[in-house]
Design a protein around this ligand. Structure first.
Ligand code: ADA
Length: 565
């Protein structure tokens, strides 16, 4: 879907990516009073694309309209799919509003009622103004830039009379292979109970008379002796489920994930997780990355010797997860969050939207073998009492949606965190020898000491749970070399990352690391009292154009030695 799995062989699918009619409406639009009449589209804008990265509207906060006309089959209902957008949008079909989305980065869809007309007009009102009521999930204080527009692609599907939304495939047994198959069908139609199941294009079984619970058909299929998925050998298989009306092809990998005795296992092998946190970001296209950049990033991550990526801090582009499946990268996917406080935890609407986005993330990414753990609420105030209910809600939602993966969240509350008992993996973000107080000069030994101290705290309080360093890092301005090896020099960053990587590789109590961060990304110049030179978060090992800094070679040596063992 939208350039990624699943694919629907029998449907008419219209790719809506490309050039759309565009009109910027300014910063004062009242969305509740908004009327679509008399709009002229004087310009063009790209989908995927963000209007506030275009030269004419760079940095604007306001409202814009996108428009496209399509030709469909008359009297056939449809669905329009969005891979992810921000910060808020409303969809109009033939001038009538059919849905709104306030979940930035979420893959969502809307039903499109049939029409006797073959020509249909799609108009989308997009807004990137911060509004804690309309878009509670994205706040102005985050350390990454909030763009307006379509971060990912758009697709239109004509729907058959009975249709399949998704199929979830999970591994029951590796050899011989047995998978559990959950066919999730449209709830506004008469669901089917008979399906052909094909593996990699060949019919395996016809299942008939399956019990249906609210349109969901669940059954097990034996697939014989097929290759398992692992980071070294990422074998993938296509499963096609066809009913009398619809057909869907999902891709999956046969593998299990578990946490045993402080380690993360894929199948029966323990992996030291070595990798990076990565933002979907580029200075020219913001989060709307072309395939060229996605593949570039994967190649560099592999070249760096990584086997692990943390998708900070939001649901991911499905095309990137497809690539991680193909390249054997293990993935930590999390819903949108950055430093939430009491005011968020006590806001019912915030919690409801956070839960909805978390559930949708799992539903969209369920079949990726690369995804081994789910997270939420990066660096939330997990030490305060009122966080407990919220963290319980998120953990329960994740386990309800998917019992086959590990659950975690990235905490920066150290020993004060009160929610670690809820999760399978303890993940800590910390910045020793980088942020500190003005009276103490940073010392690299603080990196080793902090890692050891928190690993021990985990062993004492949460025995048997893997502990990962979900963030650690130092800023370096690309090209700034300094014999004094001061803060912001490539030399200092290189030394700090080397210290952290060596500690993880050598310390058996630490199950992994996702360094902060893969590439420099745009944020706000006033973040942390001018603590962001160039208005970028400069802790990338490559800069925003993916040019390697000095640390690249060092991290590569340490990671590769371990991952190639
Ligand atoms: C936090 C946060 C990151 C980034 C980082 C930093 O840990 O999770 O998004 O802001 O700090 O660079 O300080």
């Amino acid at each position: 879907m939208i350039g990624a799995y699943p694919f629907f062989e029998n449907r008419k699918v219209i790719d809506l990516n490309g050039s759309w009619g565009f009109q910027y409406l300014g910063e004062d639009v009242d969305l509740s009073e908004f009327a679509l009449e008399n709009i002229r589209y004087t310009e063009k804008a790209a989908v995927p694309g963000v209007f506030d990265a275009m030269p004419k509207y760079v940095g604007e906060r306001g409202t814009a309209l996108y428009n496209k006309k399509i030709t469909v089959t008359a009297n056939v209902p449809g669905k329009i799919f969005f891979g992810g957008a921000g910060l808020w949008f409303r969809v109009y079909i033939d001038g009538i509003a059919i849905g709104e989305c306030s979940l930035p980065y979420s893959g969502v869809s809307f039903d499109v009622p049939a029409s006797a007309n073959r020509e249909r007009d799609i108009t989308i009102l997009v807004d990137n103004r911060f509004d804690s009521e309309r878009v509670p999930l994205f706040n102005e204080f985050f350390d990454f830039y909030a763009y307006g527009g379509f971060y990912r692609g758009i697709e239109f599907h004509e729907l058959p009379a009975s249709y399949i939304n998704r199929v979830q495939i999970s591994t029951v047994q590796l050899k011989p292979a047995v998978v559990n198959v959950k066919v999730i069908q449209g709830c506004d139609c008469q669901p089917d109970d008979c399906f052909d199941v094909s593996l990699n294009g060949s019919l395996v079984e016809r299942v008939d008379g399956v019990d249906l619970v609210e349109g969901v058909a669940e059954f097990r299929v034996e697939l014989g002796d097929i290759d398992c998925w692992s980071p070294e050998s990422p074998a993938l298989h296509e499963l096609t489920i066809s009913s009398d009306h619809d057909s869907i092809t999902e891709r999956f990998g046969l593998r299990t994930v578990s946490a045993k005795g402080n380690k993360v296992y894929v199948n029966d092998k323990a992996y030291k997780l070595l990798g990076y946190c990565r933002h979907e970001a580029h200075p020219q296209c913001g989060p709307a990355l072309p395939m060229q950049i996605l593949i570039n990033d994967i190649q560099q991550l592999k070249d760096l010797g990584c086997n692990f990526v943390r998708g900070s801090h939001y649901p991911q582009d499905q095309r990137f997860l497809d690539l991680c499946d193909e390249y054997g990268l293990l993935f930590f996917e999390e819903s949108l969050g950055w430093g939430q406080q009491e005011e968020h935890f006590t806001n019912e609407e915030y919690v409801a939207q956070c839960e909805t986005q978390t559930r949708i993330m799992v539903q969209n990414s369920y079949n990726h073998p690369s995804v081994i753990m789910w997270g939420f609420l990066n660096e939330g105030a997990s030490e305060i009492e009122c966080s407990r209910l919220v963290y319980e809600t998120m953990v329960n939602a994740l386990r309800e949606e998917d019992s086959t993966r590990l659950v975690t969240y990235a905490s920066n509350r150290n020993e004060r965190d009160i929610n670690l008992d809820l999760v399978d993996v303890v993940s800590y973000n910390f910045y020793p020898a980088w942020y500190g107080d003005r009276d103490n000069h940073p010392k690299l030994i603080d990196v080793n000491n902090t890692m050891r101290r928190l690993a021990k705290f985990r062993t004492d309080t949460q025995p048997g749970k893997p502990f990962i360093v979900s963030e650690i890092g130092a800023g370096a301005i690309y090209g700034w070399r300094d014999p004094h090896e001061g803060h912001w020099s490539e030399e200092y960053q290189c030394k700090l990352l080397a210290t952290a990587c060596n500690e993880v590789v050598e310390n058996d109590d630490i199950a992994g690391i996702s360094l902060w961060q893969f590439g420099d990304c745009r944020t706000y110049q006033n973040f942390g009292n001018l603590g962001r030179p160039r208005a970028f978060n400069n802790k990338g090992t490559v800069d925003e154009y993916r040019r390697p800094k000095m640390a690249y070679k060092t991290v590569k040596e340490i990671f590769s030695k371990k991952t190639e063992e």
